[in-house]
Design a protein around this ligand. Structure first.
Ligand code: PLP
Length: 221
């Protein structure tokens, strides 16, 4: 029944299982039919980058997927995804963090978040820098914001053929993650790093969650 391209699902799941890591299938630009096909195969976690696209797909698939928001989030769109989003990976500014806290509190829920950390060379990639995020973590540890559950960190390595560079960027993120996790915050257990081109390196360096699109669905148009 399933299209041959989804054969990669089982291979990836097998690779992940030896690390105890979780797969988020990145479904941006993919159809609801394709997502349903993966759900039928037992893949429930999906990552979307755009709020409008996520809302549309969510409405078309009442239950099934567990939705992750992995894109660049703007404060004015936070309210729309809070009611149902499982985990927000890309929290990279204080203003977005405060908005998530405010809207979650209004709705009487705790929203799970990851801080996005800027580890790549490219300026275009977003997130806090390493010093900033540590300061923020410490200040939230002292005086927590309501409505938030800090689950961990997310980062994207430089887009390069240089595996040594990718590895050292992931290492830096992992070491920051370990420092924070050792603070005693129980919920802090998720390190989201690795995409189609670099997830094997990420797993090697301690990733607990990989975000894979093209390796699963084929190249994006
Ligand atoms: C698109 C995207 C991915 C998946 O990329 P692939 O190379 O298709 O696996 C992962 N993470 C983020 C943040 C993305 O925007």
């Amino acid at each position: 029944m399933s299209a041959p391209k989804f054969l990669a699902l089982h291979q990836i799941q097998e690779e992940l299982s030896s690390y105890g890591a979780k797969l988020v299938a990145v479904s941006k630009t993919r159809s609801v039919e394709e997502i349903k096909e993966l759900v039928a195969m037992g893949q429930f976690d999906f990552g979307e980058n755009y709020v409008q696209e996520l809302l549309t797909k969510k409405d078309l698939m009442a239950d099934g997927p567990v939705w992750h928001f992995i894109g660049h989030l703007q404060s004015n769109k936070v309210r729309q995804i809070i009611p149902f989003v499982h985990l927000i990976h890309g929290v990279g500014t204080i203003s977005v963090l405060k908005e998530i806290s405010k809207r979650s509190t209004e709705m009487g829920k705790d929203t799970e978040i990851l801080f996005q950390v800027h580890i790549a060379e490219e300026e275009s990639k977003s997130g806090f820098d390493l010093v900033e995020v540590m300061e923020l973590f410490e200040s939230l540890f002292e005086s927590p914001l309501p409505g938030l559950r800090l689950r961990g960190l997310m980062g994207m390595a430089t887009f390069t053929e240089d595996h040594g560079q990718i590895r050292s960027e992931f290492k830096r993120l992992k070491s920051l993650f370990d420092q924070m996790a050792s603070s005693g915050l129980n919920s802090f257990d998720t390190l989201s790093m690795g995409m189609s081109s670099d997830y094997q390196i990420a797993l090697d360096e301690g990733s607990t969650m990989v975000r894979i699109g093209s390796k699963l669905f084929g190249p994006r148009g």
